[in-house]
Design a protein around this ligand. Structure first.
Ligand code: F6P
Length: 547
């Protein structure tokens, strides 16, 4: 990226920016930095940007070949070079008659054959024609998966739980998630669950992830102990690209729902990963509306000119903040309780994608790339970390508001509705950050000039949640294309997994042989492991514990 002609210009430009309180006096500037797509309004006027900034960023985008990168992604080129794979999550929400190719084969019919299978299966479970082994309807779904096989579906579930149409469709049903290998998470996910009415969905792209497979075996043991071996065929199904692994686990391939290696885990919400648990809970029609929302943004992303393309603009300002203004964090702040799990999803989506130290060719990056994403639903965040955001470090913020609540309250004695009270904060915070205020007391000073993006959704329903998710998926890809990194691999998670395996073998060996922890571990780890082995002496090592 630093070889691009606009790169030194952007570097120099970043040194001479006026305070946001002056920039915001210019109404024409605000209008020029406000965009709308599919009912979603995005206001970039509180970015540290003058009239020169966006044109320079667009120059950078063109010099970096952004348009061709986007085209390559949509056309199934193997842009995930380190894994030799296409990146085609957009095919997961393409209409039935679309054609998108991977290695010469149109993938859309396969996508729809899985969606049709999910529509049929979820319909049977929901209407009671698919029954448990004792003849009861399965009303509780436990989705077992971690990372991309958990965070996305969990955030969407929370977003729809109180949406009137979705919540009516989910009446009498329950969806819980089991992600952490901590057995306490098993206790939570199965709390109050009746095995006779529970269906477990194992969600794992690889079907080898240690945490998920351990939890799947635990839940399988739970079913067997309560309902016998025959229950597995009726109470456990799977979502995976590894259908052989699913069969070896003991699940009938008929009850497996596939997807493909061209779907990255963190980009898999629109595959069977999200489709199966969410259709079981809300019905396929609600899930299809979510897909249509994603499709709305995909179409815009693929065709809108760069200067009006909202995920492109989000990605470019992300690069502006992280690389040129050297602001290495981003707070994702939904002013909607229903979106309170969204920041956790963005964390994986963004940080697993763009947390890289080398470019596509393997050369170390000579500029800052990737940012630390975090967040919390407003107003809870205000009473937590906003102190630092207002007076401590400068943290670019992304405020997400919703015009109409899923469940507003109007008290006659209050001048405003409860949702309006929430929105007052949504409207106030970006100005508090941007404008600041000066007093005689340095402790009470707010220097302002802190950048943010404000995004307004008309309502929060399956369609708009789909739009929101697609916007963030593409913002992450755009930033990665500009930085010249591979946003679609995740080698950084491997080393820890290998070391955990080594620790596991050593613990088993020490316990079997009664020996000391070997010297292949350093002194610190040996001391910790010895302490653990000592503490676990005499613990009964059999059974399902509190399950
Ligand atoms: O954390 C690494 C990772 O591979 C993620 O990319 C992925 O979302 C998660 O593990 C779960 O993987 P799987 O779906 O294969 O179980």
């Amino acid at each position: 990226m630093d070889g691009a002609p606009s790169y030194p210009k952007l570097r120099a430009h970043a040194e001479s920016l006026p305070h946001l309180k002056h920039l915001l006096e210019d109404a024409a500037r605000t209008d020029a930095l406000t965009f709308e797509q599919g009912g979603i309004l995005l206001d970039f006027s509180r970015q540290n940007a003058t009239a020169e900034t966006l044109p320079l960023l667009l120059d950078l985008a063109r010099e970096r070949g952004l348009e061709s990168s986007i085209k390559s992604m949509f056309s199934g080129e193997h842009i995930n070079e380190t894994e030799g794979r296409a990146v085609l999550h957009v095919a997961l929400r393409a209409p039935r008659d679309a054609t998108i190719f991977d290695q010469g084969a149109n993938v859309v019919p396969e996508v729809w054959s899985v969606l049709d299978k999910i529509r049929a299966f979820s319909g049977k479970v929901r209407d009671g024609s698919w029954k448990g082994v004792t003849g009861k309807t399965l009303t509780h779904v436990v989705a077992i998966g971690i990372g991309g096989s958990y965070l996305g579906p969990a955030f969407v579930h929370m977003a729809l739980e109180n949406e009137p149409e979705a919540s009516e469709a989910a009446s009498g049903r329950e969806l819980t998630f089991l992600a952490n290998v901590d057995p306490v998470d098993c206790v939570n996910a199965l709390k109050g669950a009746d095995p006779e009415t529970t269906l477990a969905v194992i969600v794992s792209k690889t079907f080898t992830t240690a945490e998920t497979m351990r939890n799947a075996r635990t839940v399988r043991a739970w079913f067997k102990s309560k309902l016998g071996e025959a229950s597995i065929a009726k109470h456990m199904v799977a979502v995976s690209t590894n259908l052989k692994g699913v069969e070896e686990f003991g699940i009938d391939p008929e009850n497996a729902f596939g997807f493909w290696d061209w779907v990255g885990g963190r980009f898999s919400v629109s595959s069977a990963v999200g489709a199966l648990p969410l259709s079981l809970q809300y019905g396929f029609d609600v899930f299809e509306s979510f897909l249509k929302g994603m499709r709305d943004i995909d179409g815009h992303f693929a065709s809108a000119p760069l200067e009006k393309n909202i995920p492109v603009l989000m990605g470019l300002f992300n690069v502006w903040n992280a690389t040129f203004l050297k602001l290495g964090t981003c707070a994702v702040l939904p002013y909607a309780q229903a979106l309170s799990k969204f920041p956790a999803h963005v964390q994986q989506l963004s940080m697993e994608s763009n947390g890289k130290g080398v470019d596509m060719a393997g050369n170390p990056l000579s500029y800052e790339a990737g940012e630390i994403d975090f967040g919390e639903a407003g107003t809870n965040g205000q009473h937590s970390f906003y102190q630092l955001v207002h007076q401590g470090r400068i943290v670019p913020a992304e405020f997400i508001g919703v015009l109409k609540s899923q469940a507003d309250v109007f008290l006659s004695e209050e001048g405003s509705s409860s949702h309006e009270e929430l929105l007052c904060n949504f409207f106030a915070q970006p100005d508090a950050l941007a404008l600041g205020t000066t007093t005689d007391n340095p402790h009470r000073n707010f220097e302002g000039n802190r950048p943010s993006l404000s995004m307004l959704l008309p309502v929060l329903n399956a369609f708009t949640v789909g739009q929101l998710l697609a916007l963030y998926e593409h913002r992450v890809a755009v930033s990665g294309f500009i930085w010249g990194i591979n946003s679609f691999d995740q080698w950084g998670v491997e080393l820890g997994k290998v070391l955990a395996g080594k620790v596991r073998s050593e613990l088993v060996r020490c316990r079997a042989e009664g020996g000391e922890v070997g010297h292949s571990f350093n002194h610190s780890t040996r001391k910790m492991l010895a302490r653990y082995l000592e503490a676990s002496k005499g613990v009964e090592r059999v059974g399902l514990g509190r399950l």
